[in-house]
Design a protein around this ligand. Structure first.
Ligand code: KG4
Ligand code: ZN
Length: 359
């Protein structure tokens, strides 16, 4: 099992949603100076299989994972490092239960066949610890740190007190930020998954064109709410100026909602989501005298979000760290990294899939 004073090789499996992923990493340095070498990472997206349904269908995800897992393992099992791996880390939850079960069952069988120890990982911890993939120096100087996890299923703000200790400050009360991007994209007629598509359209628009609401932003808590924002977009697209959204104002030539360019709508909508995430994250970072701030989860691939967080962090003399955008979305590298930290920190879980696994 991993220990602070030797190199440990960890193999990881992630099947919580619509990506089948495996990774092999070498970890060293323990909790004081953890650093990682990526040996191999594979991610197979199922987007094509879910596209016609406009979202992820759990039983299709399960079927696709069952097909992909035995094929993907072939890309790892002959590597000398795989033979040396001591741990098989597998995402136990949270996520889609039928999808999670495929990974857990596969990992258990692999553990039986190879004699390697199976570790049940938490998907949210995986995102949270992704900041370690940017190889930050002097880990202790990062804490206290605010960590925003913004994905398709979750929007959670954490206070990370040290490498092993974190607590939840707040989370979304309804839709996740990624879900808001996805639903907004759908309303705009963009294909699934909506986040990157909406970002692309937004890049051609004026983010100040429409003043969408920033829900809950004046409330003194660290929670979010995105469902109303989606409704505001719906009213906007319907051109319903009688809707009860005082904040909607239309800039531009005719003043009619339907005349506003869709790129302007996308840019303004994206800006509203990002403002909510930024304002609450930095309010928390200031309240807890944080020395750094990090973002992870699929939404953190968003360029404007990264730019705004980087700018704000500079303004407040905080360090901003984020994994490379390719590690924002679901992957197994983050599962391997978080498992290394959690095993050394003494975190234990039952090896069973749990769609609602708590963080
Ligand atoms: O972390 P992730 O890959 O899966 C979950 O754990 O949910 O996050 C997926 C979410 C989707 O909602 C997707 O639309 C969103 O991340 N996303 C983005 C971008 N890329 C992915 N949202 C905004 N801008 C992006 N560039
Ligand atoms: Zn995720």
């Amino acid at each position: 099992m991993p220990s602070a004073d030797k190199e440990t090789i960890i193999f990881a499996i992630e099947t919580s949603c619509d990506e089948t992923a495996m990774a092999l990493i070498s970890a060293k340095g323990g909790l004081i100076n953890p650093h990682f070498r990526l040996i191999k990472s594979e991610v197979l997206s199922q987007i094509i299989s879910h596209k016609e349904f406009g979202g992820v269908v759990p039983n299709i995800a399960k079927r696709e994972h069952i097909i992909a897992l035995p094929q993907m393992i072939k890309m790892f099992e002959n590597l000398p490092e795989f033979q040396k791996a001591e741990v098989i880390a597998v995402t136990a939850g949270p996520g889609l239960a039928p999808a999670l079960w495929t990974g857990v069952a596969f990992a258990k069988q692999l553990g039986d066949e190879t004699g390697k120890k199976v570790y049940a990982a938490n998907h949210i911890s995986g995102h949270l610890y992704s900041f370690l993939l940017s190889s930050p120096k002097n880990i202790d100087s990062l804490f206290p740190m605010v960590a925003l996890v913004a994905s398709g299923g979750h929007t959670i703000l954490f206070l990370v007190e040290n490498i092993s200790t974190f607590k939840k400050l707040g989370e979304t009360r309804d839709d996740a930020a990624g879900e808001c991007f996805d639903k907004g994209a759908r309303l705009l007629g963009l294909p699934y998954p909506g986040g990157p598509e909406l970002e692309r359209l937004a890049s051609q628009g004026n983010m100040h064109a429409i003043n969408f609401p920033r829900p809950m932003i004046s409330q003194k808590n660290y929670d979010f709410s995105f469902a109303g924002l989606k409704t505001a977009l719906l009213y906007k697209l319907k051109g319903d100026n009688k809707a009860n959204w005082k904040n909607i104002s239309v800039s531009g030539e005719s003043g009619s909602a339907s005349s506003t360019h869709s790129a302007d709508i996308a840019a303004s909508f994206q800006k509203a989501i990002i403002d909510c995430l930024r304002l609450k994250s930095f309010r928390a970072a200031k309240a807890f005298n944080c020395r750094s701030i990090t973002i992870s989860g699929g939404v953190s691939a968003n360029t404007l979000l990264r730019e705004e967080f980087a700018r704000e962090a500079k303004k407040h003399q905080m360090r901003f760290i984020a994994p490379e955008a390719r590690f924002s979305a679901d992957n197994a590298v983050m599962i391997a990294v978080s498992s290394y930290i959690e095993i050394l920190s003494g975190v234990k879980r039952e090896i069973q899939a749990d769609g609602n696994l708590a963080i």
